[in-house]
Design a protein around this ligand. Structure first.
Ligand code: FEO
Length: 395
């Protein structure tokens, strides 16, 4: 976006697109880019809510100057200190030296640590309010959505929730900024990929935050990433509630690691049998060619997960190990699992997956199927049982 965009008469979007960064947090692919959303409330006291990544500072300052037209920023509210939002703070302080920085005690730990700022601070606690003139802001501490200092800011009169990372996702805003200006399905998949990979580990804390906000009239959800929800904010709040309760649809993700096609052959066989048993949503994904974040996104959607792996150096095929380790870290719940795999001269792949299954207490729908080199008729019968039990478990 090149300019500032009004949300109401006094509240403006001043976020920026980033189509240059390849990896969010230097890990998660950004094929559709990302936005860093920031907002201005104009009143007797002007407020800036969150900033942007340091690389986008010049454009950001240009927008602010255009919007403020010589007036100052009185308060900078920091909902979240991760540098994709706090990166421009130092420059804001340099340009607006009297600005008071609004945050909670934990915000200020990060502020001192990252930027050596410990002056002009205005500390708020959960439920505190700040009067700006016509507008009054209320602060909700929502720790671990996504970092310990995370909070949300609610404009009481406008009923706008400035939500930090919550409700946001990957994808640049290519013209349309509001949910009613874009094809929202285009963004929803990337919002779930953001949620499942960045925030998903903290499902119980997201639930706490949602309970805190329960009953609050919300006309607009203004996240720090992705579209601003002004026509149907309930849609994204409901999705967040489902994802953080680990609700899932009756589908199956088969993720496999295969060097020469024998394990992939088993994956395709299980997928076909699942379809015959009535499962309509089946995703067969190669851990070698698909980034973990896309696989985890699908896993967040579906109830059944089947791992299939070849053996590599008497252990698990490394791309599968990366995926399963990453998934263990996310703490996804309410799923059922199946396992199959191959080996050449000694086992290792299936055995290692089974250790992860045991350590995470992931429930298996059927015995694991381990095959030497390529499946026999007897092995296919076992895979058939696995598919049948999986279908029964999820449908
Ligand atoms: Fe968008 Fe947790 O930063």
């Amino acid at each position: 976006m090149n300019g500032f965009i009004p949300i109401t008469d006094d509240v403006f979007y001043v976020g920026v697109n980033d189509r240059e960064t390849h990896l969010f947090e230097n890990m998660w692919p950004l094929p559709k880019g990302v936005t860093y959303n920031s907002y201005v409330i104009k009143d007797e006291k002007n407020v800036l809510v969150d900033t942007v990544k340091v690389t986008k500072m010049a454009l950001f300052l240009q927008k602010l100057r255009g919007l403020l037209d010589g007036s100052t920023i009185d308060y900078l509210v920091i909902n979240h200190m991760e540098p994709d939002h706090s990166g421009a703070i130092l420059e804001i302080v340099r340009n607006y030296p009297d600005v008071k920085i609004v945050g909670n005690a934990k915000t200020f730990d990060f502020l001192k640590g990252f930027y050596d700022i410990d002056e002009n601070l205005y500390e708020v606690k959960d439920g505190d309010e700040l009067v700006l003139g016509k507008h009054t802001l209320r602060f909700y501490l929502t720790p671990m959505v996504h970092w310990p200092e995370t909070m949300m800011t609610y404009d009481i009169g406008e009923q706008i929730l400035f939500a930090g990372d919550a409700f946001g996702g990957f994808g640049s805003l290519d013209g349309g900024v509001f949910d009613d200006e874009v094809n929202i399905e285009y963004f929803e998949n990337e919002i779930r990929r953001y949620y499942s990979n960045i925030v998903g580990k903290f499902g119980p804390m997201v639930q706490k935050a949602l309970k805190k906000l329960d009953g609050l009239p919300i006309k607009v959800v203004a996240s720090t990433h992705g579209p601003v929800w002004r026509s149907n904010p309930k849609r994204i709040i409901t999705s967040y509630d489902r994802w953080s309760r680990y609700e899932a649809d009756p589908g199956v993700v088969i993720v496999f690691g295969s060097m020469y096609g024998n394990t992939e052959k088993m994956a395709d066989y299980v997928a076909r049998r699942l379809a015959e048993y009535g499962v309509k949503d089946i995703r067969v994904m190669s851990s070698s060619t698909t980034h973990d974040s896309y696989i985890i996104n699908e896993i967040w959607k579906y109830k059944g997960i089947i791992f299939g792996s070849c053996t590599y150096n008497v252990g698990l095929f490394p791309p599968m190990e990366s995926l399963i380790k990453n998934l263990s870290h996310k703490g996804v719940k309410n799923r059922v699992y199946g396992v199959f795999g191959t080996y050449g001269w000694s086992g290792g792949g299936v055995k290692t997956i089974m250790q992860y299954i045991e350590n995470n207490k992931w429930p298996l729908v059927a015995d694991e199927v381990e095959v030497k080199l390529t499946p026999s008729e007897e092995d296919y019968r076992k895979l058939d049982t696995l598919a049948q039990k999986m279908a029964e478990s999820i449908l």
